[in-house]
Design a protein around this ligand. Structure first.
Ligand code: DGJ
Length: 738
C-alpha cells in the first residue's frame, strides 16, 4: 500500500494493489481529480489524464489562457462561481455577501493508520499497518480559511474513506452553507444511478435508472437519514451484474439530513456529491472555529456488485461497528412488541419469556410501554422510570426474573422524544425543538427533545444510566419514531439556527458514545420506526438495527436484499412474527418466516404461548438451526443469487471463510403450475471441494457454481428432501458442507 507524491508534477497517487486514486494540483493551485478505479502502475506524471480545452461560453481562470476553465476540469472539492458553474462541494457566505472562494494547495502529510473524527462516527484501524491517510491542505488566502481533505486507503481493500475539515483562521464571521464529505468528478456518464428508497414498511427498495444530463439525487431533510432514502448510492456500468462489471458504491457515515447527488454535465462528466444536505444547512464558522464533515466511503469493484457489497460488509462489520458484540454471534431474542403491544403485566411477560426460554431463546426484550404513564402512545415518553402499576417490582425485579430463567434481559427506550403528557414535559416545556411563535407539529403524539443542547442529553443520560446500572440489562433497543419538524433551538442565536439539525445528530452520537463506553457489555440495537435511521453512522454505535417494522417474510425479502448492498447481514435485525402478519395481513408459513429472518440478527416478535405444539416444535428446530449456523449466516461472505425485484424467486447465500459450509436460502412468492426446470447457480464456493447438499447428494463446487443446483421443476419432484415447492411463499435453506 502506498501513497505517492510526485513533486515535479504535483501528483498524488494512492494505490493499494486493488484501487488507484490519482489527483493533481491544477495550474491555479486547486486540487484536480485524474483517476479512480482499478489499481494502476505508478508513474511520475498522469498529466495526460488532465483534459483541458477552450470552449465557447466558458469563463477562464487566467487572462490569456482560454484553455483553463474550472468548468472543464475534474476537481476534488469544487466551489461554485469562479469559472465552475456546477454544484459545489463547499460554499461559504461571507460578511460582504460574496460566496466565492479559492482554495489553493498548501501542503500535504501522510500518516500510517487513520485518525478519529472528533464527535463523529467513522471507520477505524486497529493497527497502523491497516491503512494510510493522506491529508492535503488547501487555503483560501483572502478569508484565511484552511481546508484539510483527508483520504484513507485501507490495505488490500478497494476502499477509500474521505472527509473534509474547514478552519477559520481569519478574522471574519463566515457561514458554511455547503461542506460536503465527498465530491468526485468522473470522466463520463455511462452509468446507472442506483439508490435504495422507499417509505415506512418498505425501506431500501432498489431503484436504478440511467444517468441523464442534469441532476439526479436522493436526500433527506427529515432530521434522520430516513425510510425514504438511504445515504448510499451506486454508479454502475450498464450490464454490471453480481459478479462482473464496474460499480462504485458511495456511502455516508451519517444519520442526519444528507444529499447524495450526481450531476451529469453537458460534456458528460459526472460529478458525485455526498454529504450533509446543504438544504437548510448554515453553519457559522466564527474566527478560530473549525467544522469537520462526516466521513464518506467509496468502494470500487470491477467484479460486479457482489464484490462491492462484500467489501462494504467486511469494512462496516469489522472496522465501523465497535465493541464487544462486534465479533460475537448475536443472541436469539424475543421481543414482546407484536406479542402484547401495550397490553402486558409483569407475569404475562414472564410467561412469554418462559415459553421462549424453553424453546431456546436467549434474550427477552421488553419493548415500549414499561415506563411513566405509557399505556398508549399519547403519554409517558421522557419519563424513564418503570410504571409501578404494570411492573410493581420495577425493571430490576423483572430483569432478575428473566435472568433467573436463564435468559438475558433487554429494554426499549426512545431517548430523543417526549409526550406532552409526561413529567419531563411538564417540568421542561421549553426542551422541545420548536420555532418561536409557531405551533410545534406532533408526530405519533410526540415531540422531539432538543438534543443540540448538552444539558438535555445529560438529563436523558442520567435517567437511562440509572436503570442500566440498577437492573441486569444486557441489551437496549433505541427507537426514534418521528421526523423532525420546526427545527429551531432555544439555546442558539438566530445566526446559528441552520446548525440545529447537525447539532441534534451530534447530540444523538454523544449520548450513544457515553452509553456504549459506560455500559460496554450492553448490545445496542438501533431502530427508527423500523429502518428510518438504518445507516453507517448508527452502526458505529449499535452493531445491529431493526431493519423495518414490516416483519412479513415476503416483504422482508426486498428489504433485506436491498439493505445487503451496503450493510452486513449481522446488522439487520430480523424477526419471525405472527400470522396474519400485522403489517401486510399476509399468511406465510412459519418455515419461510424463519428462513428469511435467519439471514439477519435473528429473533421472534410474537407470543409463543399462542402457537400450536407442532409450531413450537418448528420454532425449536429453527432456533437449533440458527445456533448451529449463526456464525456463517451473520459473519460469512454474502452472495446475492436471485433478486426479489426481478421475479418470483429470491435466493442468497452465506459462505464460511474456509468455504467448507454454505447456506443457500431460496424463496418463492407465488406457486406456479407446470413451470420450468430450474438450476440455481451458486457463488463463492471452492470449485475443488465436494459438498454434500442437505446431508445427501454430493456435488463439486465447480458444478454447483457453473451447472447450478437443481432445485425443482415447480411441480413437486422431491418434496420429502425439501427440494420441491408446493405452495405460495414456500422456501428452503440448503445446507452445503464440504
Ligand atoms: C417502532 C418500532 O419500530 C417497533 O419495533 C416498536 O418498538 C414500536 N416503535 C414501539 O413503540
Amino acid at each position: 500500500m502506498s501513497i505517492f507524491f510526485h513533486e515535479s508534477t504535483k501528483t498524488f497517487h494512492l494505490s493499494n494493489g486493488q484501487i488507484s486514486y490519482v489527483m493533481k494540483v491544477l495550474p491555479n493551485g486547486a486540487l484536480g481529480q485524474l483517476y479512480f478505479g482499478q489499481a494502476l502502475r505508478d508513474r511520475e506524471s498522469f498529466d495526460h489524464l488532465l483534459e483541458m480545452c477552450c470552449r465557447p461560453m466558458s469563463a477562464c481562470v487566467f487572462e490569456g489562457n482560454g484553455q483553463f476553465s474550472l468548468e472543464h476540469c475534474r476537481q476534488e472539492y469544487p466551489a461554485y462561481g469562479s469559472s465552475d458553474f456546477r454544484h459545489p462541494a463547499v460554499e461559504i457566505r461571507q460578511p460582504d455577501g460574496s460566496r466565492i472562494t479559492d482554495f489553493i494547495y498548501q501542503s500535504y502529510s501522510i500518516a500510517p493508520g487513520k485518525p478519529a473524527l472528533e464527535g463523529l462516527p467513522a471507520t477505524y484501524c486497529e493497527a497502523d499497518s491497516e491503512a494510510e491517510t493522506l491529508t492535503v491542505r488547501l487555503k483560501d488566502e483572502l478569508l484565511g480559511v484552511t481546508l484539510d481533505l483527508s483520504y484513507t486507503l485501507f490495505a488490500g481493500q478497494p476502499v477509500l474513506a474521505r472527509s473534509a475539515r474547514l478552519e477559520n483562521g481569519g478574522g471574519l464571521d463566515l457561514h458554511l452553507t455547503a461542506a460536503m464529505s465527498l465530491s468526485l468528478d468522473l470522466p463520463d456518464m455511462d452509468y446507472e444511478f442506483v439508490h435504495f428508497s422507499g417509505a415506512w414498511g418498505r425501506e431500501r427498495w432498489m431503484k436504478a435508472r440511467r444517468l441523464e444530463q442534469g441532476i439526479q439525487s436522493v436526500e433527506s431533510a427529515r432530521g434522520h437519514s430516513s425510510h425514504n432514502h438511504n445515504p448510499f448510492i451506486m454508479l454502475r456500468r450498464p450490464g454490471t451484474g453480481e459478479d462482473s462489471g464496474e460499480v462504485i458504491g458511495f456511502s455516508l457515515v451519517y444519520s442526519g439530513n444528507f444529499l447524495a447527488q450526481v450531476e451529469a454535465d453537458a460534456w458528460e462528466v459526472s460529478r458525485v456529491t455526498l454529504g450533509i444536505n446543504p438544504f437548510g444547512f448554515d453553519w457559522k464558522l466564527a474566527p478560530g472555529e473549525a467544522f469537520q464533515t462526516p466521513e464518506a466511503v467509496m468502494v470500487y469493484s470491477n467484479q460486479g456488485m457482489g464484490a462491492m457489497s462484500r467489501a462494504f460488509h467486511t469494512l462496516y462489520r469489522t472496522r465501523l461497528a465497535r465493541g464487544q458484540w462486534r465479533d460475537q454471534a448475536r443472541p436469539i431474542l424475543l421481543n414482546n412488541w407484536e406479542a402484547t403491544y401495550f397490553d402486558f403485566t409483569e407475569d404475562k411477560l414472564v410467561s412469554i419469556a418462559e415459553a421462549a426460554h424453553s424453546d431456546g431463546v436467549e434474550l427477552f426484550v421488553l419493548d415500549d410501554g414499561w415506563f411513566g404513564a405509557r399505556s398508549n402512545d399519547f403519554a409517558g415518553l421522557g419519563d424513564w422510570i418503570a410504571n409501578p402499576d404494570r411492573l410493581p417490582g420495577g425493571i430490576t425485579r423483572l430483569a432478575q426474573r428473566i435472568e433467573d430463567l436463564g435468559m438475558k434481559f433487554g429494554l426499549w427506550f426512545e431517548p430523543e422524544m417526549v409526550n406532552k403528557d409526561s413529567s419531563l414535559y411538564r417540568s421542561h416545556p421549553d426542551w422541545i425543538l420548536q420555532t418561536p411563535g409557531r405551533r410545534a407539529s406532533p408526530g405519533r403524539n410526540q415531540f422531539v427533545l432538543d438534543f443540540s443542547r448538552p444539558e438535555i442529553v445529560d438529563h436523558i443520560y442520567g435517567m437511562m444510566a440509572k436503570i442500566l446500572s440498577e437492573a441486569k440489562i444486557s441489551y437496549v433497543k433505541w427507537d426514534m419514531n418521528r421526523s423532525i419538524s420546526e427545527a429551531y433551538s432555544a439555546s442558539l442565536p438566530p445566526d446559528r439556527q441552520g446548525e440545529v439539525c447537525h447539532r441534534y445528530i451530534l447530540g444523538v452520537y454523544a449520548l450513544y458514545e457515553r452509553l456504549t463506553v459506560n455500559f460496554p457489555r450492553v448490545l445496542f440495537e438501533s431502530c427508527a420506526s423500523g429502518g428510518g435511521r438504518f445507516d453507517p453512522g448508527i452502526l458505529y454505535y449499535a452493531p445491529q438495527g431493526w431493519a423495518s417494522d414490516d416483519s412479513d417474510a415476503v416483504e422482508r425479502l426486498k428489504i433485506q436484499y436491498g439493505s445487503s448492498f451496503c450493510y452486513p447481514v449481522s446488522s439487520m435485525g430480523a424477526h419471525v412474527s405472527a400470522v396474519p402478519n400485522h403489517q401486510a395481513n399476509r399468511r406465510t408459513p412459519l418455515s419461510t418466516r424463519g428462513n428469511v429472518a435467519c439471514f439477519g440478527a435473528f429473533g421472534y416478535e410474537l407470543d409463543l404461548t399462542k402457537l400450536s405444539l407442532e409450531e413450537r416444535e418448528e420454532v425449536r428446530r429453527q432456533i437449533a438451526f440458527v445456533k448451529e449456523y449463526r456464525e456463517v449466516l451473520q459473519f460469512g461472505d454474502f452472495y446475492r443469487l436471485l433478486s426479489p425485484f426481478d421475479g418470483n424467486f429470491t435466493a442468497w447465500m452465506a459462505v464460511s471463510p474456509d468455504k467448507r459450509t454454505a447456506l443457500v436460502g431460496l424463496y418463492k412468492v407465488l406457486n406456479e403450475v407446470n413451470g420450468p426446470f430450474r438450476r440455481l447457480k451458486l457463488r463463492g464456493l471452492n470449485p475443488e471441494f465436494c459438498y454434500t447438499v442437505d446431508g445427501a447428494d454430493t456435488h463439486f463446487g465447480d458444478e454447483l457454481m457453473c451447472a447450478g443446483l437443481v432445485t425443482t421443476d415447480s411441480v413437486i419432484t422431491d418434496q420429502t428432501a425439501g427440494k420441491g415447492f408446493s405452495f405460495d411463499f414456500d422456501s428452503h435453506i440448503f445446507v452445503l458442507k464440504a
